[in-house]
Design a protein around this ligand. Structure first.
Ligand code: SME
Length: 207
């Protein structure tokens, strides 16, 4: 366990004798594999915990809220604060047949409108399915609102009546920042959000 103030050099994170092969001074491959597995396991656990905490906070703050703008703003804020890899976190709403328009978000200026036939957001809306893009430069039609973006995840948001009303979009400057844990966590956020979408449907979107 990390004790504040006790860090006195790299050898405190693991015994130096454990990290280097005593004969050669190099790590052997079996030890590297064990270390990488440990790192992946730790980051997986950390991600699960981040989504658990984010959902707990969203549940607490949105209890009794049925205003979609309040709900989307709150989710964008909580997710952006908690997901350290996120460079842009927000919503595009369905405002006309096959047209998305930007909604509440955190991050640099996003593009205002996205037709269903363009970009990662358009693909999520068209297919009514999550998109997890490890390298946005390989995604045909990706819209670069932010030139630093490298990876992206988009989750469709459905009204309780089953209509698509928006997509939740998160960009990252890190390549391959998102995986199945993010998709599952964000689908739970979308599910939670659905409960807050009923109240002002007509005022919020018109499709
Ligand atoms: N990259 C998205 C556009 C939205 S911005 O990234 C905020 C896309 O290709 O749909």
């Amino acid at each position: 366990m990390f004790v504040p103030g006790s860090h006195s050099g790299p050898e405190t994170t693991a015994g130096s004798g454990d990290r280097l092969s005593e004969s050669s001074g190099y790590l052997d491959s079996s030890r590297i594999a064990v270390m990488n597995a440990t790192v992946n396991e730790e980051s997986t656990t950390a991600k699960h915990e981040i989504y658990r905490e984010a959902l707990r906070e969203i549940d607490a703050v949105l209890e009794g809220v049925d205003d979609p703008i309040t709900a989307m703003s709150t989710c964008a804020c909580i997710l952006h604060q908690r997901l350290s890899a996120a460079s842009w976190t927000g919503f595009y709403r369905v405002v006309a047949p096959r047209l998305l328009r930007v909604g509440p978000y955190q991050g640099p200026l996003g593009c205002l409108e996205i037709p269903f036939d363009r970009g990662v957001c358009g693909a999520a809306a068209r297919e009514r399915a999550p998109q997890v893009v490890a390298d946005v430069h390989q995604f045909p039609g990706h819209i670069a609102c932010d030139e630093g973006a490298r990876s992206e995840i988009v989750i469709p948001i459905f009204h309780p009546d089953g209509d698509l009303v928006a997509v939740l979009d998160i960009d990252s400057h890190q390549p391959a920042a998102f995986d199945d844990i993010d998709r599952e966590g964000l689908e739970r956020v979308a599910e939670r959000l659905r409960a807050s979408l009923g109240g002002e449907r007509a005022a919020f979107y018109s499709a």
